[in-house]
Design a protein around this ligand. Structure first.
Ligand code: NAG
Length: 403
C-alpha cells in the first residue's frame, strides 16, 4: 500500500472505533460531554524530523475520556500529548521541541521555530499516537484529570514531522495535526496515570545486554494497569514489565519495541498494591563495533517501560512516585522461566540470552559508575522524560533518536 492509503485506512479504523465508551452505567449526562481541540495552527516544517509543539492553558479542570488523533495526508508521524505545570514555551504559539540535549551538534528539525522542551516542569504523558497504531480504549469511568486543580494547567501536543518534502514542494501547504479530546467537567470515579520505568547503562559492542530496573511500589493505593508502552531506539529487541509479589512474577506487558510504540492493552490482569515490586527489562542487541550508552541523542539508546493505570478518584495523589530508575537488583532473583520469557521476542521463537551475565553486569556497573561520575561532574541530569517526547516512532536507522 502507498503511505496515503495506509493513512486513510488508519483514519477510517479510528472513525469506526471511537474511543468514547458507550456504557450507560458510567456515562455522564450527555450535556457534560465537550470537545476540545489541540491542533497545530497551520505549520509548514521545512526540515525532516521536525518536532513541533503547541499548547493550551486550561482555566478549569477537565476530565478527558477520549483522544482522537487528527492528522492530514500522513504528515504526522507521531503525536504525543502531555500535561504539564509549565510548557516549554508560554510565549510561542508553535515551537521546535525536538532533541533538546544535542546542543553541541545543533538541534534537529526546522530552526525557524524557536527551540524549547515540550514541558518546562512536571511532564506527564497522557496519550501517544503513531501511524497505524490501534486505538486505545480507556476503561469505563476512567478519565485523565488535567487543569489547575491537578497542578497541571497546560496541555502540550507534540507532532513529529518525519518528512518535509511536501512542504518544501508546496510552500502554501499548512498542517493542522493534533488531538481532539472529549472531556467532561464533572469528576469521574477513576483517574488515569502513567508510571515510567527507565534504566541507565551501556550496551557494549557485539553484545546482548539486559538493561534492568526494579522498585518497590511507593504509593498508598491500588494501581489497576490497563495499557503499556515500550520505548527504545534501534537496539531494543524486547521490553517487558512485571509485578513481583512475594517472589512471584506476573507479566504486566511485553512487546517488541520495533513495533509502533503505542500504548497497547496489558498482557496480564493483575493489580499493584502497596508492598509489591515493579520490575522492567529491555533486551538490547548491539552488533556494531562501538559501545552504545543510554542518553538523549540520536546516537544513544533508551530503555523505557510505560504503564498506564487507573486509581480511584478519591485516592488522587496516592499513586506514588510514578517512576522507577534503579540498577534493578531484583532481576538477580528472577526465576529462570521469567528470564527466558523476558528474553523472547513476543510472537517469535527468538530468544536473546545475555552472554556472560556476570561479567556483563560487572562491566556495566563499572561503566555506569564512571558515567554517573561524569554526569555528576558536568551537572547533567539523568536521561529525563522531558525529552521523552522527541522521537518515539521514527523508523530505525542505525543511529537513532530519543524521547
Ligand atoms: C503483549 O501484548 C502486545 C501488544 O498487544 C503483543 O504485541 C505481545 O505479543 C503480547 N506479549 C505476550 C507475551 O503475549
Amino acid at each position: 500500500m502507498t503511505p496515503l492509503l495506509v493513512n486513510i485506512a488508519a483514519v477510517c479504523s479510528l472513525l469506526a472505533m471511537p474511543l468514547v465508551l458507550t456504557s450507560v452505567a458510567s456515562a455522564p449526562a450527555a450535556s457534560d460531554s465537550n470537545v476540545m481541540d489541540l491542533l497545530m495552527p497551520g505549520v509548514s516544517p521545512k526540515q525532516e524530523d521536525t518536532y513541533l509543539c503547541t499548547a493550551v492553558k486550561l482555566d478549569k479542570n477537565r476530565y478527558i475520556r477520549a483522544f482522537n488523533p487528527q492528522h492530514q495526508s500522513g504528515h504526522a508521524h507521531h503525536i504525543i500529548l502531555t500535561a504539564c505545570k509549565e510548557p516549554g514555551s508560554a510565549t510561542e504559539k508553535v515551537w521546535n521541541c525536538g532533541e533538546m540535549l544535542t546542543k553541541s551538534e545543533g538541534a534537529a528539525g526546522d530552526k525557524t521555530y524557536k527551540q524549547a522542551p515540550q514541558c518546562a516542569s512536571d511532564t506527564r504523558i497522557i496519550y501517544a499516537y503513531a501511524m497505524d497504531a490501534p486505538a486505545l480504549q480507556l476503561p469505563d469511568g476512567v478519565t485523565f484529570g488535567v487543569g489547575p486543580g491537578f497542578d497541571l494547567p497546560w496541555l502540550v501536543v507534540q507532532v513529529h514531522y518525519k518528512k518535509a518534502s511536501d512542504f518544501v514542494k508546496n510552500p502554501s501547504l499548512k498542517d493542522n495535526s493534533g488531538v481532539k479530546m472529549t472531556y467532561q467537567t464533572t469528576p469521574s470515579p477513576k483517574l488515569g496515570g502513567v508510571h515510567i520505568s527507565l534504566t541507565d547503562g551501556v550496551i557494549p559492542a557485539h553484545s546482548v545486554t539486559h538493561m534492568e530496573t526494579s522498585c518497590s511500589y511507593d504509593g498508598q493505593t491500588t494501581l489497576h494497569p490497563f495499557a503499556f508502552r515500550t520505548h527504545t531506539h534501534s537496539h531494543g529487541r524486547v521490553v517487558s514489565g512485571y509485578r513481583v509479589r512475594d517472589g512471584h512474577w506476573s507479566l504486566i506487558g511485553s512487546a517488541n519495541p520495533q513495533m509502533p510504540q503505542m500504548f497497547y492493552p496489558v498482557n496480564g490482569s493483575g493489580v499493584i498494591r502497596p508492598g509489591d515490586m515493579l520490575a522492567a527489562k529491555c533486551v538490547m542487541e548491539n552488533t556494531g563495533d562501538k559501545d552504545v550508552s543510554i542518553g538523549a541523542t540520536q546516537k544513544d539508546e533508551m530503555c523505557n517501560f510505560y504503564m498506564m493505570y487507573w486509581i480511584r478518584a478519591d485516592d488522587v495523589g496516592k499513586d506514588g512516585s510514578r517512576m522507577c530508575y534503579t540498577s534493578g537488583e531484583l532481576w538477580d532473583l528472577a526465576p529462570s522461566s521469567v528470564m527466558a520469557a523476558s528474553a523472547t521476542v513476543p510472537g517469535t521463537e527468538r530468544v536473546f540470552r545475555e552472554m556472560n551475565r556476570e561479567m556483563d553486569r560487572m562491566d556495566r556497573m563499572m561503566k555506569q559508575m564512571l558515567l554517573n561520575g561524569e554526569r555528576a561532574a558536568s551537572g547533567i541530569d539523568m536521561p529525563g522524560f522531558e525529552d521523552e517526547a522527541n522521537e518515539f516512532y521514527a523508523d530505525q536507522p542505525e543511529d537513532f533518536i530519543e524521547f
